[in-house]
Design a protein around this ligand. Structure first.
Ligand code: ADP
Length: 157
């Protein structure tokens, strides 16, 4: 049976921190579906198609990685695509508290799906999509935090 995990997130935009977590996850799983959660109430800087294309380009030579989007409960999406694992990254204790809460509720809803947490490399602990969006808006240099395929300068709104 294929050991399939989803890596859910907003990825607005996809960062080197996200890339690190997926690479680490590739040692653990046969397939990782990077799943962009779509929430009609959440306004993003980059549209869904652009975010999806950037992530696909990051993994164009990695057949074990797929990219998709979903709306609704993550746990229901896991069921739909037959994934038994949810991969999440941890940077800080604050991430842990937040992630633990979500994982507990998901486990109540469907105990057969396991959340797996991977620690980010020290050098990525300060990297977040939110900080990068701030740098973009205020003209700071964000290039060291983004994979080459994520060409935000071509997609500035
Ligand atoms: P969400 O809206 O679900 O928080 P994000 O796109 O911000 O989506 O993050 C998706 C996942 O990636 C989360 O598990 C988050 O903790 C993790 N993550 C984000 N940035 C990093 C980083 N620099 N290092 C490790 N994990 C990260």
């Amino acid at each position: 049976m294929t050991k399939r995990a989803i890596f859910p997130g907003t990825f607005d935009p996809f960062t080197n921190g996200h890339l690190d977590i997926v690479r680490k996850g590739l040692d653990l799983f046969d397939e990782i579906v990077i799943a962009i959660g779509v929430n009609a109430l959440k306004k993003t800087m980059f549209d869904l198609e652009t975010r999806k294309r950037w992530i696909e380009e990051c993994f164009s030579t990695e057949p074990k990685v797929k990219v998709d989007s979903y709306s609704g409960l993550t746990i229901n999406y896991c069921d739909q695509i037959d994934a038994r694992f949810i991969l999440r990254g941890l940077r800080t204790i604050a991430d842990f508290e937040y992630e633990k809460q979500i994982a507990m509720v998901n486990s109540d809803l469907n105990p057969s799906i396991q959340s797996i947490f991977v620690l980010s490399e020290q050098k990525y602990t300060a990297v977040s999509s939110t900080v990068i969006r701030d740098l973009i808006v205020h003209g700071g240099d964000y290039t060291q935090y983004l994979p080459d395929a994520v060409k935000v300068e071509q997609a500035r709104p």
